[in-house]
Design a protein around this ligand. Structure first.
Ligand code: ZN
Ligand code: ZN
Length: 597
């Protein structure tokens, strides 16, 4: 089991990044303070692999300014000034930051003097604030920092974006400059290389290049799946369906629009309405809404029939279309969308079945992620003692059941204490892609609340009516997001079973079309997704096009191939592997054409 404590190296990198943020802020102040208007600093925390600083600058900063800022930072780093901590009384801090027109810092100081807990990483001491100096730069800060500025020499500025002060759209708009910093030159170089690779693999870019999907402003946040992307989508759906069917899930299809009375029963109207698309009645009041989740529909189905303990676990699977009203600014590619589908199921179980049911679900997660070569870890969120419904004993039992499952399955996991939603503990699963980046995919959420709200019951062995527990579970998560992740994970080179086109047949000249058509038909009869490229074009151009499309197999046909009833085979990963007997070549493609999860 992992703990949440940082390793020594992670802790050191944290200090390096935090310290580099100070140095960057100082450089920007020196360069952009135009004498009339100050550069006003907000907050500058380290984040995963990187750091940023939010500031109000007299003129917009662009990446064109980075070389100059970096040059200035390097000069400051070279002086090798120490980072020195001091405690200041509130009045002293107010005076110092006030004289320098640092209104955001003044606001932070006021917050600290009112004992606000501040997540920004800025400091408080017993009866005042903590500040750090490095050279002539002083920042409100609780640290920790490196000892001297030279430890920050392996850094790079990365990008700049907008941010609101206090993340509040009604407050000042600031500029957020991002950078990265490491303890060695090699680490920095590796990280920059990874970023470059990630940009090449960006699913928005590859989605276009490989003709997988589009977006249009006419339907912001909703994806137009093109023929090739639809093949991938359907493949994932087909695999999930089959897997779940074998595990005793029943697939259902449920409506998109529901009367608000249902959302009131489920609690969405109270807690989730701002994220829903709603429709007005005759007098203009919202009276129905598009579903953001499938759960309430499944509760209705469960409730419509009398259930006995023998029916449980009862599992409903739904690939229904979901809508959530994300703000336009947050929308991005396949990762932040307004319309999506999940491999979503709700499993109705008796409380004594919680452990076994989770065991089965984890078995499914294993099989799915293994197929994609995605290692994963899990995070268990447990009861928040200040915010939960239900019986403490039931929670404790469920939590230890989940912990047992994780241990018995030998999974890498962490516990996030007190982080569960008020209605039940949950497991989140994070996959690690081929660039070692982590993404959250599956969630398995226990729910003690919905069965109450919908008054769900089953007849126990002794004939009493008991409450079931609901498990919400989606293992890909959303299809959209999962496809985004695997596009980048594979850099568009999908394994044969998933590739939209599995084989391209290409002719060296028009004279060989008859045989090429025969090969084409043979592959088609084996359900291979195959294309015939008999354009009157150079073979080199045809190969280049198929390579750009990341097609796993190319069969090239010329005179010799026709004579010998062979094909010349090019494999995406191996290149040209020479002529092969036609049937042997077809068999090779067929062997990779499908997988079972
Ligand atoms: Zn600081
Ligand atoms: Zn649900």
């Amino acid at each position: 089991m992992n703990t949440q404590v940082l390793t020594e190296q992670e802790e050191y990198l944290y200090r390096i990044r935090h310290s580099t943020a100070h140095i960057m802020a100082y450089a920007v102040q020196q360069l952009f303070d135009d004498g009339e208007k100050a550069v006003r600093l907000a907050i500058g925390p380290p984040i995963d692999n990187e750091f940023y600083y939010d500031m109000e600058v007299p003129r917009p900063i662009t990446p064109d300014d980075f070389p100059e800022i970096e040059k200035h930072m390097k000069a400051l780093i070279k002086t090798n000034e120490p980072f020195i901590q001091e405690d200041w009384a509130f009045d002293q801090a107010r005076e110092w930051f006030g004289e320098r027109d640092q209104k955001f810092k003044l606001e932070l100081i006021d917050g600290l003097s009112n004992q606000d807990t501040d997540s920004a990483g800025e400091g408080i001491s017993d009866d005042g604030v903590s500040v750090y100096h490095s050279g002539n730069f002083t920042d409100l800060c609780k640290g920790p920092h490196v000892e001297k500025t030279r430890e920050c020499r392996h850094f790079r500025l990365l990008r700049v974006s907008g941010a609101y002060w206090r993340a509040d759209q009604n407050r000042e708009q600031l500029q957020r400059i991002y950078g990265t910093a490491w303890s060695t030159k090699d680490e920095l170089r590796n990280y920059l290389r990874m970023l470059e690779e990630a940009e090449k693999r960006d699913h928005r870019r590859l989605g276009k290049q490989l003709d997988l999907f589009q977006t249009h402003p006419e339907s912001a946040g909703a994806i137009f799946w093109l023929p090739k992307g639809t093949i991938i989508y359907n493949k994932l759906a087909e695999k999930a369906r089959k897997l779940y069917q074998n595990e005793g899930y029943h697939e259902v299809r449920t409506p998109l629009i529901y009367d608000k009375s249902l959302w009131e029963t489920s609690g969405h109207w109270e807690h989730f309405r701002d994220d829903m698309f709603t429709f007005p009645n005759e007098v203009g009041d919202p009276s129905s809404g598009l579903k953001p989740m499938n759960c309430p529909a499944h509760m209705l189905i469960f409730k419509s029939k009398r259930h006995s303990y023998r029916d449980l676990p009862y599992r409903l699977y739904d690939q229904g279309v979901l809508h959530r009203n994300e703000v336009t600014g947050a929308l991005s590619g396949l990762t932040r969308v307004r319309q999506f589908c999940q491999d979503d199921a709700h499993n109705f179980v008796m409380s004594q079945q919680i452990e076994e049911e989770h065991n089965r679900i984890i078995g499914l997660i294993r099989r799915i992620y293994k197929t994609f070569d995605l290692p994963f870890r899990s995070v268990l969120s447990t009861r928040n003692p200040d915010h939960f419904i239900g019986d403490t004993a039931v929670w404790t039992e469920a939590e230890s059941a989940l912990e047992n499952v994780l241990k018995n399955n030998d999974l890498d996991f962490e516990i996030n204490p007190a982080d569960a939603a008020f209605y039940g503990p949950k497991l989140d699963f994070y996959v690690k892609d081929s660039l070692n980046r982590e993404f959250q995919c599956a969630t398995v959420q226990l729910d003690f609340q919905l069965p109450e709200r919908f008054d769900l019951t089953y007849a126990s062995a002794s004939g009493n009516m008991e409450r079931p527990v609901v498990i919400h579970r989606a293992l890909y998560g959303s299809f959209e997001r999962f496809i985004g992740i695997i596009i980048e994970h594979y850099a568009g080179a999908f394994p044969t079973w998933l590739a939209p086109v599995q084989c391209v047949i290409m002719t060296i000249s028009e004279r060989f079309v008859a045989y090429a058509e025969e090969v084409h038909n043979l592959l088609k009869s084996q359900q291979i997704r195959v294309e015939l490229d008999n354009r009157d074009d150079k073979i080199g151009a045809k190969i280049r096009d198929a390579r750009l499309q990341q097609v796993p197999y190319m069969f090239i046909i010329g005179e010799r191939e026709v004579e010998n009833r062979t094909v010349s085979v090019r494999v995406r990963e191996e290149g040209d592997i020479g002529a092969m007997d036609l049937n042997v070549a077809v068999e090779r493609v067929c062997a990779e054409a499908d997988v079972d999860f």
